[in-house]
Design a binder for this molecule. Structure first.
Ligand code: FAD
Ligand code: 2HG
Ligand code: ZN
Length: 477
């Protein structure tokens, strides 16, 4: 859509952010109106790129006066369609990426204060330069933003040791739907002065306000890492290996990622310069990483733990400890290539689920047979692509449909498989969105699986903060 859609709106926004802060040409807007997976496409009259918090607040006031809904967008790497506008052309995107200042590093308080549009990798870099460590890490870290990480409560590979984004933030600055600024940028580890306002905005997916700044927790920087690849014949063995490593090595265990044989095969087929780290046909693989501030003995500790696990029968088809950083990086390339490999392979029905770790083996057994029964009955040759952050109970239990399957058949199978998998997740009292958020992908599912009381509470919060419903309508609730 062009500027002529609502000239008065565009004019007022231009007065706030200047010409450099507006994207009005459809071609230039394309990078904002389509999501990373290529699943959703919207349209907007304009993309607004405020340079700071005051401009963001003024933009919100204009949009409110003009009854124009706002879709906040960071790096546009989300997997639930939360940052993609609808097709009406009536919503505007407010992109945070010009707000990219590292505001302060306090290495005594162990905090890092950043604009919300700072790319996650830049926040990690700022921590590193201060001799500290910011632990949130995920495949999209080169382009996702701290604001997007907060708004989706992102998880990733370090959750078992450091927690998810909710655990990593101390303070927030937020532009509210009425255009006021809430300055909650406190670097406090103790503050019992009422309701947890910060917690409300974490995971709110742009529906309660625009996060413009954050105080993040820093940690001691690990100086040593040891990485291993392990093949196992069943998921029960891997889950027992995880429990054993935790008991034996405690917080040195910083990542425990799983991928099924099918997930590994998909990466090997679709990502260049990859090869399987161990020979043999293991049904499951784990990528295990230890880290410590003390380098002495870390590699040995991992090797000893794996020898013990082999004696205990938990390691099926072999294990290998990386001999160099490049060797370790080749393991991580396999893990981080899965999302891209899925995009290349065909339509994928995603299930980003969390379960108690102890329930994972039984869940996967039941889900595998239920999915195979459902797809066989529909006459579709589907393949389960199961991988994820087993160390925190988060599976990406995805189902790959045949490339070239008609869109109507993809839709029918998606609905059918969502029901099969999510009903089983509910049976195990798990979550249907572990880390990717609800967005527009899981909005209908949420109503089915949340209790009426929980839905009422969330709607009451939404109405209280955003009575005009201008913040990301059609998402989450
Ligand atoms: P966007 O996609 O721009 O937005 C996501 C949501 O947040 C939208 O609802 C948007 O409205 C809202 N939002 C964005 N910025 C703000 C703000 N400043 N204020 C208010 N609301 C805002 N996620 C994981 O948790 N773990 C993973 O391991 C992981 N791996 C990934 C790997 C790949 C290759 C990709 C593409 C994605 C992955 N993700 C993962 C998805 C993940 O949610 C995002 O990468 C990231 O957290 C989103 O940040 P973003 O800046 O791109 O947000
Ligand atoms: C990951 O863990 C991401 O790699 C993406 O959360 C998961 O592609 C997916 O389904
Ligand atoms: Zn993930």
């Amino acid at each position: 859509m062009t500027e002529s859609a609502n000239p008065r709106l565009i004019e007022q926004l231009r007065a706030v952010v200047g010409p450099a802060g507006l994207v009005t040409q459809p071609q230039a807007q394309a990078a904002y109106t389509r999501d990373w997976l290529g699943k959703w496409q919207g349209q907007v009259p304009v993309v607004v790129r405020p340079a700071n918090t005051a401009e963001t607040a003024a933009v919100v006031r204009v949009c409110r006066a003009e009854h124009t809904p706002i879709v906040t967008q960071g790096g546009n790497t989300g997997m639930s369609g939360g940052a993609t506008p609808d097709g009406s052309g009536a919503q505007v995107i407010v992109a945070t990426t010009r707000m990219n200042r590292i505001r302060a590093v306090d290495s005594v308080n162990n905090t890092l204060t950043v604009d919300a549009g700072v790319v996650l990798a830049h926040a990690q870099q700022a921590a590193r330069e201060a001799g500290r460590f910011f632990p949130l890490s995920l495949g999209a870290e080169g382009s996702c933003t701290v604001g997007g990480n907060l708004a989706t409560n992102a998880g990733g590979i370090g959750v078992l040791r450091y927690g998810n984004m909710r655990d990593l933030v101390l303070g927030l600055e937020v532009v509210l739907p009425d255009g006021r600024i809430w300055n909650g940028l406190r670097g406090l580890r103790k503050d019992n002065t009422g309701y947890d306002l910060r917690g409300l905005f974490v995971g709110s997916e742009g529906t309660l306000g625009i996060i413009t700044g954050a105080v993040l927790k820093l940690f001691a920087r690990p100086t040593a890492r040891a990485t291993a690849w392990v093949g196992a014949n069943d998921l029960g063995a891997l889950v027992n290996l995880l429990a054993g490593l935790r008991a034996r090595c405690g917080e040195r265990l910083v990542a425990f990622e799983m991928m099924s044989a099918a997930a590994l095969a998909l990466v090997l087929a679709h990502v260049a310069d990859t090869r399987a780290p161990v020979a043999g046909a293991s049904a499951f693989h784990a990528l295990i990483e230890f880290a410590d501030t003390e380098s002495q003995g870390l590699q040995q500790m991992l090797e000893d733990a794996l020898v013990q696990a082999t004696e205990d029968g938990l390691v099926g088809e072999g294990a290998v400890v990386a001999a160099s950083q490049a060797h370790a990086a080749s393991f991580w390339k396999l893990r981080e290539g899965i999302s891209q490999a899925q995009v290349r392979a065909g339509p994928v029905v995603k299930h980003d689920i969390a379960l108690p770790i102890s329930a994972l083996p039984a869940f996967v057994r039941q889900a595998d047979s239920a999915v195979h029964a459902a797809t066989a009955a529909a006459g579709v040759a589907a393949q389960v692509i199961n991988f994820g952050h087993v160390g925190d109970g988060n599976l990406h239990y995805n189902v790959l449909l045949p490339a070239g399957l008609a869109p109507t058949a993809v839709k029918e199978n998606t609905l059918r498989l969502n029901r099969v998998v999510h009903d089983l997740v509910a049976h195990y009292e798990g979550s249907i969105s572990a880390e990717h958020g609800v967005g527009q992908l899981r909005r209908d599912e949420l109503r089915r699986y949340k209790s009426p009381v929980e839905m009422d509470l969330m709607l009451a919060i939404k109405r209280a903060l955003d009575p005009n419903l201008i913040m990301n309508p059609g998402k989450l609730l």
